[in-house]
Design a protein around this ligand. Structure first.
Ligand code: IPE
Ligand code: IPE
Ligand code: MG
Length: 253
């Protein structure tokens, strides 16, 4: 049975891992790896626009990353502020809409202000949604979504809560679920990223370290995605039938 490659991914999620090992290989301090990682994000954002990706969600700091040495945490938060300050004009010029997901209650005021400013300044962007997950954890997200639903429905009991009803309360709302997740750095795990949203996401794991993951690697991941058969629980025959049906609607003759 042959399948036509399906459309390119509309939503890509990336676990940008391997900055530390990248610098270690070069006998450099870890912050250099993080700096190179931030500059790589710039390139990948552009490449995603060229591939007509509409949503890019990247993992920059997990709820577990607080366990790192305080100096590294401070360097990372400083980098987020500096990245935003230096990038805002470029994001605007490229039509990129910037958003942050994660528990912002622990953020320094300067970062909160910078995030608010960047969100407002880029809200009209239509090329790509760039969502940066900072102090984000999938378990945090599910819990805060349930709490959000409960707050909005004070007279309903939890057995009235459905999977669809939870959707508007997830931090990623209104983004669609990621089609493709890429993790650099050689690990094959989610590390608490988008655990609810990635239930049917195609996962591409690569040994390449994040600062080395360039445009060609992104194209390779997108090509790999194009070869996947997304069954969503159905059989091959059902998948092929619905793709033929969709094709005949699009091109009736
Ligand atoms: C990912 O790179 C960036 C963050 C988690 C902030 P790492 O810093 O985890 O790099 P490795 O895994 O130590 O190489
Ligand atoms: C995941 O990377 C988090 C980010 C990339 C921000 P980690 O390096 O923290 O993941 P683990 O600890 O190896 O699972
Ligand atoms: Mg890591």
């Amino acid at each position: 049975m042959s399948f036509e490659p399906h459309a390119s991914p509309k939503h890509i999620a990336i676990i940008m891992d391997g900055n530390g090992r990248w610098s270690k290989k070069r006998l450099m301090p870890r912050n250099i790896g993080h700096l190179m990682g931030a500059s790589n994000l710039r390139k990948i954002v552009k490449a995603c626009v060229n591939h007509s990706v509409k949503h890019l969600t990247v993992f920059a700091f997990s709820t577990e990353n607080w366990k790192r040495p305080p100096e590294e945490v401070a360097i990372l938060f400083d980098l987020f502020v500096r990245y935003l300050k230096s990038e805002i004009m470029e994001l605007q010029a490229q039509g990129i809409r910037w958003r942050v997901i994660g528990d912002q209650s622990a953020f320094p005021k300067e970062l909160k202000d910078q995030i608010d400013f960047a969100c407002k300044a880029t809200e009209r962007g239509t090329q790509l949604d760039l969502t940066v997950a900072i102090n984000y954890g999938g378990r945090w997200d599910i819990l805060q979504a349930v709490q959000g639903w409960q707050l909005a429905h004070p007279y309903e009991s939890l057995d009235q809560l459905s999977q669809d009803a939870l959707d508007p309360y997830l931090a990623t709302h209104p983004l669609p679920e990621p089609d493709l997740l890429i993790r650099t750095g050689g690990e094959s795990r989610l590390s608490n990223f988008l655990i609810w949203q990635c239930a049917y996401t195609e996962m591409f794991f690569t040994k390449e370290l994040w600062p080395d993951f360039g445009e060609a690697s992104l194209s390779e991941a997108i090509e790999w995605y194009g070869q996947r058969i997304r069954r969503f629980g159905k059989t091959d025959e059902q998948v092929q039938e619905s793709s033929l049906r969709a094709k005949s609607v699009l091109h009736p003759n």
